[in-house]
Design a protein around this ligand. Structure first.
Ligand code: IPM
Ligand code: MG
Length: 325
């Protein structure tokens, strides 16, 4: 059976970059099934729901989901689509590869708990959010990071604030225990997250796989985007036991939406991670080669100090891709 892929562009520039990533996968796999769905803030304004049960069900039954971005308005009654999907599909590992010449770092962000536990309330004169770090949640993310480190024959950095937060001291304690039980010796270091954010940028060669809790991974990955040309370049994979979800790290960018200037590379690289996940490593490599060839031909978007529009980049990229197959 060929795979079924859900395509969810969402809001803003998600609608501009996801169609390009989709064309890339379709070019390689015209026989796969692609199901477009609507979700996000615009969908909420149109239908009263940002993510319908029907769309959720289609996602549950798919082999992979390619997602763009959604705008999260700061209204109380609006629930973040992205957080709901991550939690309900139990996508516990958020993988964010940071790759550039001389940079090859893999950030493994715990994706279902931490400060994003969703346990929060507002009192008369304060608001509270509970930062949950569970044994099960920690063991599985550390195990996942260990597997990836072993595959890369690399070393693992654990980012924490264990000097201040009991929840992080716990995360580290469980991590060390899980590492000691792992059948292969994996070299590891613990670094405090504040210093780690600086050091990743200043001394990137020191880092290979970095595992950390939810909010720290969120912050670290945006900062690390600096190493590879900005947020437009970064892909991510959200992986659970039963489901897989791929999205560029950037948001819906309402400030540039509709201007045909968005960089589709983060979305295309997310499609490459999707291909890899479904076993097509050659296809994933072709997408990256086509990106590199497009840049080599002088076609770069504005964020990379080029002059190409999103559609100009897309045209050259897709013709480069066709040449490779
Ligand atoms: C990300 C984003 C999301 C997050 C937001 C939009 C909920 O910043 O994927 O990094 O904080 O996880
Ligand atoms: Mg973020």
């Amino acid at each position: 059976m060929t795979p079924t892929i859900v395509i969810a562009p969402g809001d803003g520039i998600g609608k501009e970059v996801i169609p390009i990533a989709l064309k890339a996968i379709e070019t390689l796999h015209p026989d796969w099934t692609y199901i477009p769905v609507e979700l996000g803030y615009e969908c909420y304004q149109k239908t009263g729901s940002s993510l319908s049960d029907e769309v959720f069900q289609i996602m549950r039954e798919s082999d992979a989901i390619l997602f763009g971005a959604v705008t999260t308005p700061p209204t109380k009654e609006y629930q973040s689509v992205l957080l709901r999907i991550r939690k309900e599909l139990d996508l516990y590992a958020n993988l964010r590869p940071i790759q550039a010449p001389n940079v090859d770092i893999l950030i493994v962000r715990e994706n279902t708990e931490g400060l994003y536990s969703g346990i929060e309330w507002i009192e008369k004169d304060r608001a509270c959010t509970v930062r949950v770090v569970s044994e099960t949640g920690t063991r599985r993310i550390i195990r996942y990071a260990l597997e990836l480190t072993k595959k890369r024959n690399g070393h693992l950095t654990i980012g924490t604030k264990a000097n201040v937060l009991a929840s992080d001291a716990y995360f580290y304690e469980i991590a060390v225990d899980e590492i000691s039980k792992y059948p292969h010796p994996i070299p590891y270091t613990m670094k405090y997250i504040d210093l780690l954010v600086l050091d990743v940028i200043a001394n990137q060669a020191r880092y290979d796989v970095i595992v950390t809790t939810n909010i720290f991974g969120d912050i670290l990955s945006d900062a690390a985007a600096y190493l590879c040309g900005g947020l437009g370049m970064l892909p991510s994979a959200n992986i659970g036991v039963y489901h897989a979800f791929f999205e560029p790290v950037h948001g819906s960018a309402p400030d540039i939406a509709g201007t045909n200037t968005a960089n589709p590379v983060g979305a295309i690289r997310s499609a490459a991670l999707l291909l890899q996940h479904l076993g097509d490593s050659d296809g994933a490599a072709s997408l990256e080669t086509a990106i590199q060839n497009t840049w080599a031909a002088g076609i770069k978007t504005k964020d990379l100090f080029g002059t190409a529009s999103t559609t100009e980049f897309s045209d050259v990229f897709l013709s480069q891709l066709r040449r490779l197959i």
